[in-house]
Ligand binder design. Structure first.
Ligand SMILES: NC(=O)c1ccc[n+]([C@@H]2O[C@H](COP(=O)([O-])OP(=O)(O)OC[C@H]3O[C@@H](n4cnc5c(N)ncnc54)[C@H](OP(=O)(O)O)[C@@H]3O)[C@@H](O)[C@H]2O)c1
Length: 230
């Protein structure tokens, strides 16, 4: 078995590269057909990971929506939805958030070592709280997830997580959906922040697919030699 899961990073962004606007409401970037495509990708994964800020801002459920996809998973001996994973440095999450309460998927929280005790006290009854180290390192989390049997990991944002996974060269496949709108507000989160990315003018990423889905476009990039692995 590989020492880290096959990792697929998936997100939607505006034409000008934003993941959201700067308001408290979640900005819908995708359309129904694309949500359904994302649902199929989710159903094919063992775990879905988001950053703590995404849980605070968007309150995502992170469940497989389609009943038939859930049934397929159950027929394969899996839970209806993948394991939910998050990472936090300050452990300020709401235990009533949908991440914890929606569905019966296993939940994992990787937290920075200094807040481990506090996090276990707060979330020990609703999730498995794990020591992510100090600083928390995505490579270490990836290895730990593989040890827990996660073969396919889907990273669903936000920008901080994208930046760390991509700069650490931990992503095999990138799904970037571009919505036909501008945000134009630098207070909002971008797809990625500053960093030293493995793909640049000397080493271009491989564009594997371009697919129009209604009014959005999906760009699929192969980022490693593992691209396309089952
Ligand atoms: N369009 C899309 O597809 C999409 C998808 C997801 C999210 N979003 C948007 O993205 C925005 C959030 O993105 P974001 O970049 O601000 O945040 P994020 O990546 O969701 O989460 C960042 C948070 O995760 C924790 N974290 C990340 N790396 C860590 C590390 N190495 N060690 C310890 N903790 C770590 C920290 O939590 P603590 O603060 O708890 O310490 C940090 O503040 C929201 O506006 C959301 O709507 C959009």
């Amino acid at each position: 078995m590989a020492d880290r899961p096959y990792t697929l990073l998936s997100c939607g962004m505006s034409i000008d590269g934003y993941l959201d606007d700067a308001t408290v409401n979640r900005l819908p970037l995708s359309n129904e057909a694309d949500f359904d495509r994302v649902d199929a990708v989710r159903a094919s994964c063992d775990a879905i990971m988001v950053g703590a800020a995404t849980i605070r801002n968007d309150n995502p459920r992170l469940l497989v929506r389609s009943a038939s996809r859930q049934a397929d998973r159950v027929a394969r001996g899996l839970r209806p939805s993948p394991i939910k994973v998050t990472v936090t440095g300050c452990a300020r999450l709401d235990a009533a958030a949908d991440f914890f309460t929606a569905g019966d998927a296993e939940k994992l929280i990787y937290c920075a070592s200094p807040v481990l005790r506090q996090a276990r006290y707060r979330f020990g009854s609703v999730a498995t709280v794990l020591d992510g180290g100090e600083p928390v390192d995505m490579a270490r989390i990836s290895v730990d997830l593989a040890d827990r049997g996660v073969r396919r990991l889907m990273v669903e944002g936000g920008g901080s997580l994208h930046t760390q996974f991509l700069t650490a060269d931990l992503v095999d496949e990138l799904h970037l959906v571009i919505a036909p709108l501008f945000v134009g507000d630098s207070r909002a989160s971008r797809f990625v922040g500053d960093g030293c990315f493995p793909w640049n003018s000397q080493r271009r990423a491989t564009l594997a697919e371009v697919r129009q889905i209604g009014d959005v476009v999906l760009l699929r990039y192969a980022l490693s030699s593992r691209f396309g692995e089952d």
